[in-house]
Design a protein around this ligand. Structure first.
Ligand code: CO
Length: 285
């Protein structure tokens, strides 16, 4: 018996269909995790899924905009996007790469597609920072697909470990306060994947190809399944009858007040006013 096996799987507490919306200069996307779920899925603040082969849906990108108080994790499944920020960071994010940006006390950045045709598909996750780190110095790193830790289970499930640890493989990024786990799982037909998750951590699965079964319940494509914090469950078992691709995301809740105004996420309204003033007066970046 492998030490990675799960004795009892969490169940799906609730299925959530994302809301189609647009952001930046008119980029079409699906907001999977939105503001009403921030408490329930603490420390995660937002998950956007974008995917289109129509350049009109993405070409304008996200021109200069600010962030303060949290981290953005952009995972590009397909496509090319250029990033530039006021802290002097610049990078090209493409096919299978991840960009991890800690906004901390503030950055102004742009995210602009570098393609005029073809498919652009990916995800942007917002991860909160603890109050003590919200005004820390900005940090940034690009990981190409080749730099991301990856392994295959005995039954052939391909696992990319963007954050946290899975089956003894440490991910690209670790964070002490929120202990985020971020896995991209490629499950061939007829396989299952087990991941241990501490009972107190909030967790969800997002299916972006095919469908999976968790705790006897089917989770279809383009659906998020919030995993119940069952006290007896020591992780999650994900089963795929047909080939499927899913994100598995979990983290330790901060249990701190959340005050959000657009791209600023702080703990109090006062800190939000401060962020707005700092942005207006050019003190944010
Ligand atoms: Co941004």
């Amino acid at each position: 018996m492998s030490s990675h096996q799960v004795r009892q799987s969490r169940s799906i507490e609730r299925q959530v269909a994302g809301k189609p919306t647009s952001d930046g200069a008119g980029v079409k996307l699906t907001r999977v995790l939105a503001q009403p779920l921030q408490r329930r899925l603490d420390p995660f603040l937002m998950l956007d899924a974008f995917g289109s082969d129509n350049p009109d849906d993405y070409i304008a990108g996200f021109p200069d905009h600010p962030h303060r108080g949290f981290e953005t994790v952009t995972y590009m499944i397909a496509g090319r996007m250029q990033h530039k920020d006021s802290a002097g960071h610049e990078g090209l994010l493409e096919n299978g790469g991840v960009q991890w940006m800690t906004a901390g006390r503030g950055v102004i950045h742009s995210e602009i597609p570098q393609q005029e045709a073809g498919v652009m598909e990916g995800f942007q996750l917002w991860l909160n920072l603890p109050a003590s780190d919200k005004m820390s110095a900005p940090w940034y790193r690009d990981f190409s697909a080749a730099e991301l830790p990856r392994f295959e289970t005995e039954v052939g499930v391909g696992v990319t470990v963007i954050a946290g640890t899975s089956h003894g493989v440490a991910g690209a990024v670790t964070r002490e306060a929120t202990a985020p786990l971020y896995l991209d799982l490629h499950l061939p037909a007829g396989t299952r994947f087990e991941q241990q998750i501490p009972a107190g951590h909030n967790a969800f699965v997002y299916v972006y190809r095919g469908e999976v079964r968790i705790g006897g319940e089917t989770l279809p494509a383009q659906r998020m399944g919030i995993l119940a914090n069952d006290a007896e469950a020591d992780g999650v078992v994900i089963e795929a009858a047909g080939a499927a691709k899913v994100l598995l995301i979990a983290g330790r809740p901060l249990n701190e007040p959340i005050a959000q105004y657009g791209p600023f996420v702080m703990n109090t309204d006062q800190e939000i006013y401060q962020a707005l003033n700092d942005f207006r007066d050019g003190r944010l970046a």
